[in-house]
Write a protein that binds this ligand. Structure first.
Ligand SMILES: Nc1ncnc2c1ncn2[C@@H]1O[C@H](COP(=O)(O)OP(=O)(O)OP(=O)(O)O)[C@@H](O)[C@H]1O
Length: 275
């Protein structure tokens, strides 16, 4: 039996940058850049991994790929188990009510009516949304969306749980309740990928940590070692002037630009029509 939960082999994700359309350009796309570049790692089953990285480094892109929501452009991802994303906004349909969102998600996963009802009961108990469960999600505050998204994902009982900044919104009491629930899942041996800007939370909750910087994997290993190195980098970065920070950001971005991208015929046509 394979012992990994998730394995990446040379995975890259490319985004396009659009240019302002001044009417002269044939294409609306200026550049393609690597949101993630040549990432390889293997997360063992049952490991709790913290994902660290400064703004724009590629953490959310990674979480969307891990959850199967975003596709990769190069390389291969292997997933060993059912994965689910716990995030603030991702995966909720804003036009539908909270209850309808649960039913849709359950139906998409092919769950039985009985199983969906169990999830509804669990979410009602956990999310404490009261009558808001019957209101469209567009009327929710970001904290309420987080409660709903977190509860649905947890009650789906996946093998691999990806928590993307879900604890950063909502009140302290709910964040603590989520942490308690995540600790229970950790004890059950679930694989948890925890994306957070909070070093103390990552140190407390995770066994290992992965540091993504400028779209590349900088370090993956023991949580305290990676947190120490990342903390030192953040302190150094914060000691720089605004000008120096911009220079570093620009240098990092230069390294991410795709050189001579192979653009297909239809892609060019679509760009031209859109442009
Ligand atoms: N849909 C998109 N199209 C084009 N560029 C994108 C898209 N989504 C993200 N990006 C860019 O990809 C890079 C990585 O973004 P990502 O959101 O993954 O970073 P992050 O580490 O989660 O940042 P933060 O800590 O600020 O949330 C950034 O430069 C961002 O501007």
């Amino acid at each position: 039996m394979e012992n990994y939960a998730i394995k990446f082999e040379n995975v890259s994700k490319i985004y396009k940058l659009k240019k302002k359309n001044d009417g002269k350009n044939k294409s609306s796309v200026t550049k393609r850049f690597y949101a993630l570049k040549d990432i390889s790692f293997e997360i063992p089953k049952g490991e709790v991994v913290g994902i660290l990285g400064t703004n724009g480094s590629g953490k959310s892109t990674l979480s969307l790929i891990l959850a199967g929501i975003s596709e990769i452009d190069e390389g291969t991802m292997f997933v060993n188990g059912e994965q689910s994303l716990v995030a603030i906004n991702t995966g909720l349909n804003k036009q539908l009510t909270g209850l309808e969102n649960i039913n849709v998600k359950g139906a998409l996963l092919g769950l039985s009516k009985k199983r969906i009802q169990e999830i509804v009961d669990g979410v009602i108990e956990f999310a404490e949304l009261g009558d808001f469960l019957y209101q469209p999600v567009k009327k929710y505050s970001s904290g309420m969306k987080s409660r709903l998204g977190f509860s649905i994902s947890l009650y789906l009982n996946p093998d691999i749980i990806i928590v993307d900044e879900a604890l950063s919104v909502g009140d302290k009491g709910f964040a603590q309740k989520c942490l308690n629930k995540m600790n229970e899942l950790k004890d059950e041996g679930k694989t948890i990928i925890f994306i957070s800007h909070s070093l103390p939370q990552v140190r407390k909750f995770c066994q290992t940590a992965m540091w993504i910087e400028g779209g590349m994997l900088k370090e993956y290993g023991d949580v305290n070692e990676v947190c120490d190195h990342y903390g030192e980098y953040v302190d150094y970065y914060n000691s720089l002037s605004g000008k120096e920070k911009t220079k570093i950001r620009e240098r990092k971005f230069e390294k991410r630009i795709v050189q001579n991208p192979q653009i297909g015929f239809w892609e060019k046509v679509i760009d031209r029509i859109k442009g």
